[in-house]
Write a protein that binds this ligand. Structure first.
Ligand SMILES: C[S@@+](CC[C@H](N)C(=O)[O-])C[C@H]1O[C@@H](n2cnc3c(N)ncnc32)[C@H](O)[C@@H]1O
Ligand code: SF4
Length: 388
């Protein structure tokens, strides 16, 4: 794996959360809700604009490098709503020429009909939740689209946007390395510059967690999971999309600039219900989170001008730990000097030496510290060891 685009000294991005979906997928624990009544989008536009104005007073003068509409299902928003949010952002900050503006979309035919409207609104990249290319599996995942529909949406995305990505979930029940190799190769034939490949995780309090606890959902065993992970790396690298992050693959230059802001521990504002942010004011870094419930968030913004419920000053140690946790997900790794400057002390040489010896970490050509291919499957343990 080689390094992503050259790291800028800092960057500022904006995440906007749309908390609604048409139905709830049984594996998903994101902040997404199903509503029978139509959503009052003009009311949301006013609240998004108010929260953007409130955050802008705390971090004025930034240049916006990226905006990400995530969810939930942002492709249920009207293009005019997206345009209004982008306008509100541009009223408060300078938006860099060529800023990356991504929208997460579910790949149904209804949503794909709105792609041109999103482009006119200013979106220049879409990320589609394809999840699988097998209709039986899609049904099991509770998805509302078929593989054909998903691939048609990918084709429309390719025609409308210069940049697109799609997500697949693997390490699924009964999945064999041979089947996954063939599914992944079919996916790569449709891929542009970027693919997100997530190993299925069983999240607490989801229907999948209940099925799993009852023994009705069996995941591949550890060896099969490892084989699935290894062939994912091999096949993607052979197609020119190596992993630049533990679950994300791109052609060099095709990386998600927005997600790189998170992984490089730069600065971002989170707008909308349940959004998280990390902002720097007066030389200090704050962790911000907003009210999760969509209606409660609206009411809070309408009363207070923002939906913030958590605003914590991070200690040097917490900032350093986050830098490790996020930065070690990246193929480009972390900068020893930045870690030492943030935490006030270098990484423990004895722990670093032990991890080198086990082949779990290495130094890159640019002198960064990164996790090796064999270290990635045990990334959490490596981070815990270095952070301790
Ligand atoms: C928050 S979803 C939003 C995308 C969009 N709503 C959709 O479902 O197409 C982002 C991605 O997270 C991934 N994801 C969600 N829950 C997951 C889980 N339990 N295990 C692995 N991947 C998951 C899916 O690939 C999904 O596309
Ligand atoms: S996976 Fe996507 S569509 Fe399904 S519930 Fe989660 S956010 Fe909604």
């Amino acid at each position: 794996m080689d390094s992503a685009e050259k790291e800028p000294a800092t960057a500022f991005g904006i995440y906007v959360h749309w908390p609604f979906c048409l139905s709830k997928c049984p594996y998903c624990d994101f902040n997404s809700h199903v509503r029978r009544e139509p959503i009052d989008e003009p009311r949301f536009i006013r609240a998004f604009a108010a929260e953007i104005a409130a955050i802008a007073t705390r971090v004025p003068g930034r240049t916006v490098a990226s905006v990400f509409f995530g969810g939930g299902t942002p492709s249920l928003m009207q293009p005019a709503t997206i345009a209004a949010v982008i306008d509100a952002i541009a009223r408060h900050w300078r938006v860099a020429p060529g800023a990356e503006i991504t929208l997460e979309a579910n790949p149904t035919s209804v949503e794909a009909t709105r792609f041109r409207g999103y482009r006119s609104a200013g979106v220049n990249r879409v990320s589609l939740g394809v999840q699988a290319l097998d209709d039986r599996v899609l049904a099991e995942l509770g998805r509302l689209h078929t593989a054909r529909e998903a691939l048609d949406a990918v084709a429309i995305a390719r025609a409308v946007f210069d940049r697109y990505s799609f997500d697949l979930i693997y390490t699924r029940p009964r999945q064999t390395p041979q089947e996954w190799a063939s599914e992944l190769s079919r996916a790569l034939a449709e891929a542009g510059e970027h693919l997100s490949l997530y190993q299925l995780t069983i999240e607490p309090d989801t229907p999948f967690a209940a099925l799993y606890a009852a023994g009705k959902l069996q995941l591949p065993d550890e060896d099969t999971a490892r084989a699935l992970y290894d062939i994912t790396q091999e096949i993607c690298a052979a197609h020119g999309l190596p992993a630049y992050e533990i679950s994300n693959h791109a052609r060099p230059g095709g990386e998600s600039r927005h997600n790189l802001i998170y992984w490089r521990a730069h600065e971002y504002a989170g707008i909308g219900p349940g959004a998280h942010g990390r902002i720097e004011t007066g030389g200090e870094r704050h962790a911000i989170a907003t009210e999760r419930g969509p209606e409660a968030w609206l009411k809070r913004v309408e009363t207070l001008g923002h939906g913030i419920v958590v605003d914590e000053l991070l200690t040097r140690e917490e900032i350093a730990d986050e830098y490790l946790l996020m930065g070690l997900r990246l193929a480009e790794g972390i900068d020893f000097a930045r870690y030492a400057a943030v935490s006030g002390r270098p990484l423990d040489p004895a722990r670093v030496a032990a991890l080198y010896e086990q082949g779990l970490i290495e130094t890159t050509k640019t002198g960064h510290l990164r996790v090796t291919l064999s270290g990635f499957p045990v990334l959490d343990a490596v981070v815990a060891d270095l952070a301790a």
